[in-house]
Design a protein around this ligand. Structure first.
Ligand code: SF4
Length: 225
């Protein structure tokens, strides 16, 4: 049985959240409004680099226009140095449904020579590297492309177009192990797993009420938990 990239990503964030996702009626729901507009920025980097402050201000960017242009220019310069700027700007394919041996889902961009997936996030990048659930997603996408093309894929790209940031990662042994752990978690889900200890994740979780985390927090504050 193959699992979805989305389930793997969520399981890496919190196994219990993945359980709630999979058991809700609209399991395959669309991304929240606004995500498509942000992702569309990733198709138009050259235009964004040339845009005036006024034009940029009407785009769904998360930084003030001048800072955005500077961030994107730094990204372009860095990717040009490693020969990947054109691959990111003009990918061989977009929004491809990739099916691997264990996981399937949409790869936002397929880059060639070398073959690697690029995933476009509507959110904010971490200070360094990429978020752990995105790393798991990237490994899953790379493995799916590798399976389909019968080749190996050892790198992946994460784009954060609202911030003008693009990061390329090596699919290290540690990242692959985290992917396998998430895959095992999804496959073995047969009831709600324990709550995670990292409450900052719970604050951003849509299931905080269902999960009982808010109630528990209040009880602890009152010294009852
Ligand atoms: S509230 Fe916290 S423990 Fe509960 S599902 Fe969400 S992230 Fe997981």
């Amino acid at each position: 049985m193959t699992v979805t990239f989305a389930d793997l990503r969520t399981a890496a964030y919190c196994p219990r959240k993945c359980y709630y996702d999979r058991t809700r009626d609209d399991h395959d729901r669309e991304p929240p409004p606004g995500v498509d507009r942000i992702r569309a920025l990733s198709t138009d980097y050259e235009r964004l680099l040339q845009s005036s402050d006024d034009a940029l201000a009407s785009e769904p960017i998360a930084l003030e226009p001048a800072r955005y242009r500077e961030a994107l220019a730094r990204t372009r310069d860095r990717l040009e140095r490693i020969g990947r700027w054109n691959a990111v700007r003009r990918p061989a394919d977009r929004n491809v449904l990739a099916s691997g041996r264990h996981a399937r889902g949409v790869v936002h961009k397929v880059l060639e020579e070398p073959l690697e997936p690029s995933l476009v996030s509507a959110g904010e990048p971490p200070d360094r590297g990429v978020w752990a659930p995105q790393s798991v997603h990237a490994v899953a996408a790379a493995k799916a492309l590798a399976w389909e093309r019968k080749t190996s894929v050892e790198t992946a790209v994460l784009e954060y177009p609202a911030y003008g940031v693009i990061r390329r990662i090596d699919l290290t042994t540690r990242r692959k192990a985290e992917y396998r752990r998430a895959l095992r978690t999804v496959r073995e889900l047969d009831g709600p797993p324990p709550r995670i200890a990292n409450r900052s994740k719970c604050e951003a979780c849509e299931y905080a009420d269902t999960c009982g985390v808010r109630t528990r927090t209040l009880r602890s504050l009152l010294g009852l938990g």
